[in-house]
Design a protein around this ligand. Sequence first.
Ligand SMILES: Cc1cc2nc3c(=O)[nH]c(=O)nc-3n(C[C@H](O)[C@H](O)[C@H](O)COP(=O)(O)OP(=O)(O)OC[C@H]3O[C@@H](n4cnc5c(N)ncnc54)[C@H](O)[C@@H]3O)c2cc1C
Length: 294
Amino acid sequence: MDSIADVTIIGAGPAGLQAAIHASRRKAKVTLIGKLTESALWKADVENYFGIQSATGQDILNTGLEQAKTFGTVFLEEEVTSLEKKEDGFVVNTDNGKSILSKSVVLAVGVSRKKLGAPGEKEFFGKGVSYCASCDAGFYKNKIVGVVGDGSEAGESAILLSKYASEVYWISPSRSVSQHMLDKVSQTSIKLIDKKVVEITGNNRVTGIKFEDGSNLILDGVFIALGAKGSMELALDLDIMPDIDGRIPVDADCKTSLDGVYACGDVTGKPYQVARAVGQGCIAGDNAAKFATK
Ligand SMILES: Cc1cc2nc3c(=O)[nH]c(=O)nc-3n(C[C@H](O)[C@H](O)[C@H](O)COP(=O)(O)OP(=O)(O)OC[C@H]3O[C@@H](n4cnc5c(N)ncnc54)[C@H](O)[C@@H]3O)c2cc1C
């Protein structure tokens, strides 16, 4: 174990930052993991948040992070690749190979289910196109699959699928993951392709993909994994059942169905607004700290 925390918050958007501020002010030992640049707010200009006439998302996020650090939050600009429930808490594993043992966890991962934007993606969704390896890997036993994406979610998805499929291709023209992730992938039979996908082809189902250079690859399934590991997969790691849209159900205390795990912000539902995210962040951070230090 690399470190021990009372509260680990996954996600550095408004919900996660507010949760970090409130949990740290309760004197809990808080680790915050995520990337400001990946927050939905990063590219926004905000004019509808109480007390702020106009501000850029970047300014709000940078200030929020400094506040959280001032109160003692430890910040890791990394991605969480898996969660495990243990008797004495939760193990949070990151793409840099770190493991943190935490008494409670706050999921504040937002709603990024990025689309590839290629022809065939929408048409074959559910017919060979999937956005969730942990949900659908079992359907691809002894089949040939491709995973499209540059980051840690794609790496993790490819590793998981290699336990089911007969062949796995990780397709990315600009792979950007930690050396730790590349080392893990090199210990599998996953084949790397550095080309850009321009089309997903098929008839009733996916039959392959077409690359920018005109070449084709025959596939039974295409997994699109364009970001960090999403809410659906992280929740499923802990046997928390997200709803059909991948939102995590919480009660008025921002508590999920599993003791010690809280969720806040866009990941719990609409409206997708900063005001709701910080409101829930405050509740989740407070309760996660109380749970961890009781
Ligand atoms: C263009 C645009 C304009 C907007 N304008 C406004 C506005 O004017 N007013 C308003 O109120 N709202 C606005 N919004 C909505 C607002 O940005 C969101 O409601 C808000 O950012 C949600 O906060 P969040 O913390 O729940 O999620 P996010 O801000 O999306 O943060 C999610 C965080 O989770 C992290 N994460 C995800 N997966 C992992 C993982 N596996 N490991 C580690 N970290 C992970 C990401 O790195 C990120 O830090 C706008 C959104 C967009 C896209």
